[in-house]
Design a protein around this ligand. Sequence first.
Ligand SMILES: Cc1cc2nc3c(=O)[nH]c(=O)nc-3n(C[C@H](O)[C@H](O)[C@H](O)COP(=O)(O)O)c2cc1C
Length: 183
Amino acid sequence: MRVLTLIGSLRAASFGKRLAGAIETLAPAHVRFDRTDGRDLPLYDQDLDGDEKPAAVLELYARIEAADALLFLTPEYNYGIPGPLKNLVDWASRPAFRSPIKDKPATIVAYSPAPTGGARSHAQLAQVLAGTLTLVMPGVSLLVPAVHEKFDEAGSLTDEDARRRLARQIESLEAWTRRMKSA
Ligand SMILES: Cc1cc2nc3c(=O)[nH]c(=O)nc-3n(C[C@H](O)[C@H](O)[C@H](O)COP(=O)(O)O)c2cc1C
């Protein structure tokens, strides 16, 4: 299975990027990962969204098409999803009803230093993805609260509970992807 991880943070020392790295090592070897934070995409502009799309948009489409499933990793910014992630989803949602993310199996992991664990950004992203007809895995939502306490100084995910829950999330995503492909 090929998973494209879409990370809602641009910063180099992002906890989301660290979580992505941890998930890559926790997942079974047959799960292959690609990742992007969408930093090369222009701001969505319908004037750019014609027959000749920007190269970064075509690259995003190709990477989504090459993936069997999507893993969204989002922090919470002001009770919502960060602008770059919304921008990425807006590009990926075009053309409407025929987009590369339509019918693509996906799951959302939200995280935050707060005890709420990005619950509001999780809910907001689920709502946005409902508008894109992405097949978000139902019932299995994963929040990582106090994310800054889950890593050691070298940046490795040491929190056992988070490790177990993230590993299970990828197992569930694989099962969900198989189910959606055979549906
Ligand atoms: C502009 C901004 C707004 C934020 N708003 C919230 C928020 O509403 N709720 C929350 O739990 N954390 C909030 N945070 C904290 C982020 O979730 C936290 O910094 C997170 O680690 C950012 O993700 P990253 O480490 O992957 O860059 C905010 C951070 C920033 C920079």
